[in-house]
Structures are given as structure tokens and as C-alpha cells.
Write a new protein. Structure first.
Length: 44
């Protein structure tokens, strides 16, 4: 179970937020793996 959690945290750590000069923010498109991880954690 610990290995699964570590793997999930590693994948989620790759999700970044883009902040533009005008102060607006956006998240890049998630990979299929990242989406699946978030869905498993009920965060999406």
C-alpha cells in the first residue's frame, strides 16, 4: 500500500500550475495517469 501512495504522490507532484504575467492562472492538461490517480483519490 505504501508503494501505491508513493507512486500517486509522485504523479501528483508533476501537476503544476501555470501563472502568467497578468496574474491569471491555469493548470496544464493532465496526463491519463494523473487523471486516473486523482479519480482514485476522489479529487477530480
Amino acid at each position: 500500500m505504501v508503494g501505491v501512495i508513493e507512486k500517486a504522490l509522485t504523479r501528483l507532484g508533476e501537476v503544476r500550475e501555470v501563472v502568467y504575467k497578468d496574474g491569471s492562472r491555469t493548470r496544464p492538461k493532465l496526463t491519463k495517469e494523473q487523471k486516473a490517480t486523482l479519480e482514485k483519490l476522489k479529487m477530480l
